[in-house]
Design a protein around this ligand. Structure first.
Ligand code: FES
Length: 181
């Protein structure tokens, strides 16, 4: 395993982070090390809670990519956060099939209950609410995703209220100092 290349950015990754990058980079031929970009972005997000422009530049330098190419990956996928998010990131699908079965209503219901605009976070840092593109479960509309991992189906207003109550109770019992996913 070769050592990380010098960085041409002002992002100082820890030795531990660089070692995690290298484990991912080593999975690909040297000339295709850019293939590790999604894994490296996921590592940064796991450690920092979001992917900053400085982190994108640092990853670009390590992988020999243009910073804009890394930014294109970050912005293409909902799972990468471009700013800090709440303890619970709620993505409500508002793509067309869900729209036809109250997807927009579900998003507005969640925003209304939490007093935030789409893409906003609650003042206590517990929730961030975002619209989402198709989550691949259109027949279950309205559909949403919690923290990029848990898919929830048929989210009518009653189920949304039950979900918010459950998550609020969890947040009260398990407060986090830094709001990472
Ligand atoms: S449109 Fe919502 S899951 Fe496909």
């Amino acid at each position: 395993m070769s050592s990380p290349e010098p960085q041409a950015s002002n992002m100082d990754f820890s030795e531990q982070t660089l070692a995690r990058f290298q484990r991912e980079i080593a999975k690909y031929p040297v000339e295709h090390k850019a293939s590790a970009v999604m894994a490296c972005l996921a590592i940064v997000q796991h450690e920092q809670g979001f992917v900053s422009p400085e982190a994108e530049e640092g990853i670009a330098a390590i992988l020999g990519m243009a910073p804009i190419a890394v930014h294109e990956v970050t912005t293409f996928y909902n799972m990468y956060n471009q700013q800090p998010v709440g303890q619970f990131k709620l993505n409500v699908c508002t793509n067309l099939p869900c729209q036809l079965r109250n997807g927009q209503t579900a998003l507005e219901h969640v925003c209304g209950r939490l007093g935030v605009e789409p893409y906003g976070s609650t003042a206590d840092g517990v929730f961030t609410v975002q619209p989402s593109e198709c989550l691949g479960a259109c027949a279950d509309a309205p559909v949403m995703l919690v923290n990029d991992r848990q898919m929830l189906s048929f989210m009518d207003e009653q189920r949304l209220d039950e979900l918010l109550a459950t998550l609020q109770a969890h947040a009260a019992a398990h407060p986090v100092a830094q709001h990472k996913k």
